[in-house]
Design a protein around this ligand. Structure first.
Ligand SMILES: [Zn+2]
Length: 66
């Protein structure tokens, strides 16, 4: 689990707190380029976020997962 992955983000629609949906197996945490989904409890909006390669993903170098 990358420490830089936020549990909550600000919902772009209503400004609420969208919560991270953990949809991946425990052995395969998301890496740069993967899409993670947040869901806002206030407006029920789903937000797909592409993980940026510039993010610190807990020591996993981008492109090293091939
Ligand atoms: Zn919202």
């Amino acid at each position: 689990m990358p420490e830089s992955l936020d549990d909550t983000i600000v919902c772009v629609d209503c400004g609420g707190r969208a919560r991270l949906m953990r949809t991946w197996p425990p052995d395969y945490p998301p890496v740069a380029g993967d899409i993670v989904t947040y869901q806002c409890p206030d407006c029920d909006e789903r937000l797909d976020i592409v993980l940026d390669a510039e993010d610190d993903l807990g020591g996993i170098p981008p492109g090293d997962a091939v």
